[in-house]
Write a protein that binds this ligand. Structure first.
Ligand SMILES: Nc1ncnc2c1ncn2[C@@H]1O[C@H](COP(=O)(O)OP(=O)(O)O)[C@@H](O)[C@H]1O
Ligand SMILES: Nc1ccn([C@@H]2O[C@H](COP(=O)(O)OP(=O)(O)O)[C@@H](O)[C@H]2O)c(=O)n1
Length: 231
């Protein structure tokens, strides 16, 4: 190095996909924080556009109406893993995007090709602009959004474990109702035509059913470090 500065590692792109409750958000945030990378929650972006549709009286059972409105909201994601943010037209929607109503409607909205094209473009721009690299979590990151990612992880867990984790978060929620809602959403996300929830051929699958969150984080950090070391 001419000026004696330490060489910087090239930006690393990590894609983490999987169904609901497998630990994508918790793992991705922690891995990004530990490795000094940016973090992007793509589910929050689909929830944000769904929130906008609901708030603006768009019929979420009508794909044509959704498609016609898909370009209207401006969605901005903050990518600091210690404090991720999401705004729509300047309004902080971190809370409202987690309501049961948005959760029930997000699969229908995110299945519309015009919605996916718009959000995918946004995701690629954010990933390309992350100075040291980024951990991006979702459903189609390894298959469609960032097919050239340096590392692809596909998280799984039993429906029982996932429902127990989710109902632990939603205070007072019946675990059986949560389990059924989760299975229904997975089925819709996996069966849609455009960019369904799927494991990329070259993704490493990690079953988190019997692992603690700390074990999953350690596993992914090790895989990133091995990639960086060229192993
Ligand atoms: N391996 C694990 N063991 C136990 N609980 C976990 C594990 N991974 C995540 N959790 C918990 O499960 C819940 C859902 O995790 P989250 O990261 O939001 O999943 P996803 O983003 O895949 O929907 C959170 O409360 C989280 O703390
Ligand atoms: N890359 C992505 C991420 C999320 N989504 C959609 O957005 C929804 C919400 O994603 P999420 O990650 O917030 O869901 P949770 O697993 O956190 O409940 C999913 O059920 C999908 O319908 C998608 O289609 N593609």
């Amino acid at each position: 190095m001419e000026n004696g500065a330490a060489p910087t590692a090239p930006a690393v792109i990590v894609a983490i996909d999987g169904p609901s409750g497998t630990g994508k958000s918790s793992t991705s945030k922690a891995v990004a924080a530990q490795l000094g990378l940016s973090y992007l929650d793509t589910g929050a972006q689909y929830r944000a556009i769904t929130w906008w549709m609901v708030t603006n009286g768009i019929d979420t059972d009508d794909p044509h109406e959704i498609a016609a409105a898909a370009g209207k909201p401006e969605i901005v994601s903050g990518t600091d893993p210690a404090a991720p943010t999401i705004t729509v037209d300047g309004t902080d929607v971190a809370g409202p995007i987690r309501t049961q109503e948005v959760t029930a409607k997000v699969s229908a909205v995110s299945a519309v090709p015009e919605v996916r094209t718009r959000i995918t473009e946004l995701q690629r721009t954010i990933a390309a602009g992350a100075p040291l690299g980024i951990v991006v979590e979702g459903r189609d990151i390894g298959t469609t959004v960032l097919p050239d990612a340096d590392l692809k992880i596909f998280l799984t867990a039993s429906a029982e474990a996932r429902a127990a984790r989710r109902s632990g978060e939603l205070k007072g929620a019946d675990v059986n109702v949560t389990r059924e809602a989760l299975i229904k959403r997975d089925a819709a996300d996996s069966s849609r035509k455009t960019s369904p929830l799927a494991k990329a051929e070259d993704a490493v699958e990690v079953d988190t059913t019997d692992l603690t969150l700390e074990q999953v984080i350690e596993c992914v950090v090790t895989l990133v470090e091995e990639k960086r070391a060229g192993k």
